[in-house]
Write a protein that binds this ligand. Structure first.
Ligand SMILES: [Zn+2]
Length: 317
């Protein structure tokens, strides 16, 4: 990929609250300026490349979204979690249409949209799915049209994520849901990285870097309610630096065992005279919580996964 985002950088106000006051957070290893809105904590590249430069990138032959089977399954789980029955379904940034194809098989009346001509071509050839080639800005649907709208890995690319979510809100039926995913800066690995500038999601096409707090603010402002975070290993650190809540305990433990077993061995031997991988769930949780206190994380909500899935509902009238 040639560097298409290099020349002009533009100062941009916060897309969530409009404030023009940002504080530098860090300069990424590949030269982007991660900044934080001083009003609402939204983190994004500022100054950042122009719209045109980014759009050129999406029209490049190399860009089309890979089929992410895990993501497709997670969306199906979230639909099931909310007991949603098949109706009208829109997948924005659908890539080659894997989710559109699966949703159709499950009885949804599904439409997929993606700006990449390559995605449309492959979708037709590989999955037999018709994909509307468009950016969200150029799209128009009647109001109250869809029961479910999905935006996986879209908003971190968007120049105006709040505007985009507001537009989508209109297309959703009252009581219908938006399901989205983005990378999540509130993940433990990021907070524990010795050199954050080299974090793997600080890439040129990721302009926005969401946290749980800024997702919640964005969705509230757009008029959604019942916002829910579907995270692997979700926990919060309270004001007294206590772990005050653990959700999704099974997946949390699986993920913690996978990522942190080795680093917990010392404490495991001290307390239980065996390695962390040989501890039962209660023992593992016990030493993990002790370790979290040592990490001295700032108050907030964290996950073990670097992605966050969010669902939010448009209120009934
Ligand atoms: Zn802001």
């Amino acid at each position: 990929m040639t560097a298409v985002l290099c020349d002009e950088l533009i100062e941009t106000p916060c897309a969530l609250c409009g404030s023009e006051e940002t504080a530098p957070v860090l300069t990424t290893a590949n030269g982007f300026y991660l900044s934080r809105c001083v009003q609402c904590d939204f983190q994004y590249y500022n100054p950042r490349p122009s719209n045109e430069a980014v759009e050129a990138y999406y029209h490049g032959e190399e860009f089309y979204q890979k089929v992410n089977i895990t993501a497709v399954e997670i969306v199906m789980d979230i639909l099931a979690h909310h007991k949603m029955v098949p109706g009208n379904f829109l997948d924005i940034g659908c890539g080659i249409g894997a989710l559109v194809s699966l949703a159709e098989k499950k009885g949804w009346n599904a439409v997929g949209v993606d700006p990449s001509p390559m995605a449309g071509k492959l979708g037709k050839e590989v999955l037999g799915v018709d994909i509307v080639q468009s950016y969200v800005n150029d799209l128009d649907f009647p109001e109250d049209q869809f029961d479910a709208v999905v935006m996986l890995a879209v908003l971190e690319h968007a120049f105006d994520p709040l505007e985009m979510v507001r537009k989508v809100w209109k297309w959703i039926k009252p009581g219908g849901r938006l399901i989205l995913s983005t990378p999540n800066l509130d993940n433990l690995n990021y907070h524990l990285l010795p050199d954050k500038t080299a974090y793997s999601w600080f890439i040129k096409e990721h302009i926005n870097h969401f946290t749980i707090k800024t997702h919640r603010q964005m969705l509230d402002r757009a008029g959604f309610e019942n916002t829910m975070f579907h995270l692997s290993g979700h926990f919060s650190v309270g004001r007294e630096d206590e772990v005050s809540r653990l959700n999704h305990t099974d997946s949390f433990l699986r993920s913690a065992r996978k990522h942190f077993s080795e680093s917990l061995n010392e404490i495991a031997f001290k307390r239980y005279t065996k390695p962390a991988c040989d501890l039962n769930d209660d023992q593992f949780l016990d030493i993990w919580l002790r370790q979290v206190e040592c990490w001295d994380l700032p108050s907030g909500e964290y996950s073990l996964s670097d992605a966050v899935y969010v669902s939010a509902q448009k209120p009934f009238l």
